[in-house]
Design a protein around this ligand. Structure first.
Ligand code: F6R
Length: 319
């Protein structure tokens, strides 16, 4: 499948299915996953927090598990598209050792096998994609596990479909502005996960360094770096926000834009388009996906291969 076909399939990957898991029985939820699978956890956690979930949630990107996970009242969700990522496999074994309740999301691989042999539920997603382009499949499984209503997921999908041409065009327009600069994506608490998705997509598809910082924290450090004009001129700034961000955060978004304009560094400013937080997140995610696709083209890169990641995985597996 071509990268374009994978990208285009995002709205259709968003599919609701019934899941009767009762989350109220858990004291914590820990989501484990790396890279294109880990971002699924970041997005789901933001969505859960926005809808008022009171269960403490942790996104764990690494080996083992946080200390708090201990026993069956702790839910651990291990997400690995390939099912072969060693950090996630390590979290899975540790979760079994600590007798946590475990659910996996994968297309198979070792994680799928281990889930099967240990009587653990594996919510299976289709094979044949690269992980970052299977976001919709993995996210649908996770959101359904977390209890999303059918209507909310389907509305968000239809919103994406209705904005489709606009999203692609926006992606191309922004890619043009980023070309030959290092993208720096500024976000808010409600768009932090999205900015990280943008960064990762720019890294992996467009083979471009990219960095993020989040409001309000960045108003206490990052902004001083702008005083270095020699380096500032190598950066292209983006500001991503959500209309439901805290009022003080929105005021800080406006100040950020004003200060950057005063420095002559006109930022690309983008708010999600949609009636729900989920719709707006999907909208922003998909604009970023297309930006990375068009930017790859401008640099003459194929979006799919990630040779450096593959090389590191090979080297570490020998140790
Ligand atoms: C590749 C990609 C990577 C992988 C990561 C973990 O498309 O996006 O970031 O997602 O190396 O691999 P999986 O997702 O198979 O656990």
């Amino acid at each position: 499948m071509s990268p374009e076909q994978m990208l285009k399939s995002f709205p259709d990957q968003l599919d609701w299915e019934k899941n009767d898991t009762d989350l109220s029985t858990y004291r914590t939820i820990t989501f484990c996953g790396m890279g294109g699978s880990g971002i699924v956890a970041d997005i789901a956690k933001s969505w859960m927090e926005h809808r008022g979930c009171k269960i403490p949630m942790i996104v764990h990107k690494g080996y083992g598990l946080p200390n708090v996970v201990d026993g069956e009242e702790h839910l651990v969700v291990c997400i690995s598209y390939s099912g072969n990522t060693e950090e996630t496999l390590s979290a899975f074994s540790e979760a079994l050792r600590r007798q946590a309740t475990v659910v996996c999301i994968s297309s198979g691989g070792k994680l799928g096998e281990l889930a099967g042999s240990n009587g653990v539920l594996n919510l299976e997603v289709p094979q044949g994609f690269v992980p970052r382009f299977a976001l919709g499949f993995m996210l649908s499984k996770l959101l359904c596990l977390l209890g999303i209503d059918r209507e909310e997921l389907e509305d968000a999908r239809e919103n994406l479909k209705s904005l489709y041409e606009n999203i692609k065009n926006k992606g191309e327009e922004i890619a043009q502005k980023l070309y030959s600069y290092i993208p720096v994506i500024y976000s808010t608490p409600l768009t932090e996960a999205i900015a990280y998705r943008w960064k990762s997509q720019l890294n992996e598809n467009a083979k471009t360094p990219a960095y993020t910082a989040t409001l309000p924290e960045m108003h206490h450090n990052e902004v001083v770096g702008w005083e270095n004009a020699e380096l500032r001129n190598k950066l292209a700034f983006l500001v991503i926000f959500d209309p439901k961000d805290n009022d003080r955060v929105r005021a800080r978004v406006d100040i950020t834009i004003k200060l950057l304009k005063d420095l002559g560094a006109v930022p690309v400013v983008l708010g999600g388009d949609g009636n729900s937080y989920l719709s707006r997140m999907f909208h922003l995610i998909h604009v970023g996906d297309w930006v990375s696709y068009y930017l790859a083209g401008k640099y003459g890169f194929q979006p799919l291969p990630t040779e450096t990641i593959d090389r590191i995985k090979r080297e570490i597996s020998k140790l």
